[in-house]
Design a protein around this ligand. Sequence first.
Ligand code: PMV
Length: 358
Amino acid sequence: MADKKSDWKETTWVSPSNIALIKYWGKHGEQLPNNPSLSLTLKNSVTKTKLRYRRLDEPVPDSEDLKVAYWFDGERNEAFERKVANYLRRLLPEMPYLTSLELEFQSTNTFPHSTGIASSASSMSAITLCLVDMEKKMGLRKPPTQDLSRRASHLARLGSGSACRSVYGGWVTWGEDGLLPDSSDRYASPLEQDIPEQWQNLRDAILIVNSDRKKVSSSAGHGLMSNHPFAEGRYRQARKHLNCMMLALQNGDEKTFVEVVESEALSLHGLLMTSSQDGLLLQPESLQIINAVRAFREKTGLMVCFTLDAGPNVHLLYRDEDKEMVQQFIQEELLPFCENKQWIDDEIGEGPYKEEIK
Ligand code: PMV
């Protein structure tokens, strides 16, 4: 049957990336984390996704035939489309009606995709928020879901673990822990405890050391933890770090905060480096930045510290009130180590939002 334009409906969501301070690395079952994690949701590094959807006359006969198209920056992206189709198949037990719909996603990122910045958290959370909104608008969930964010977080987790944290703004935890009321391995939660003001205006300068795609995909990396000789120690360390971090946040203890954040980053890379030859992701420039950050902290007494994703780029965390001094330091001492002097000026953000149709 020819397309009838009027059949199509749409919804658009903007969802941010997040940076973990306590890292999730190692999983089991259906994308369940082996330790709790804690992240900051960013503001400027976002994915914007428009979902156009319409009902099919007949459901597709087989889940392999789901009707989905994925466009990135105005071009059909078949590699990511396959990833999205796989994700949708994983959602079928929760969203069985997906076989009766045609879906078309159109996405863009604010951050250049040549920066090697992981976009799975922002892209998977944006896709999921669109789906959950569509489900609500079409009345497809019976009884209707009360807490849309929680449902989106639970479903986004199946697309990419860290995506479940991007559904909320500010400080977010994911993974069951006795210290955190309401914590779950299945979905993330915004940090309930009042976070003192001093931690609410952190900034994140993302220093692009190398924009190549990473050699170890997240799923391969998580997989390498299953037989890793340090695994049990790592999971104990992560819980201990979370405990220390929660106390540090409450007590305004900057020294512990910095120690925990940097130790988490280096532990992640320690695990990576000792799991596979491809796990040596840090580059000489990453280490030069790390050393320069530590020397700058020593010299100025400012609260600056680094963290890392599973890649060579360095995230520099600092306070908004120190912006002028820190950004001068970045310009003068860190950009020489960055690829084409590239960096992303980001900060803690309020989480995803829906773009209303004008
Ligand atoms: O969400 P994934 O499967 O891409 O894994 C994310 C892993 C880290 O970014 C290294 C840590 C984290 O907690 O975000």
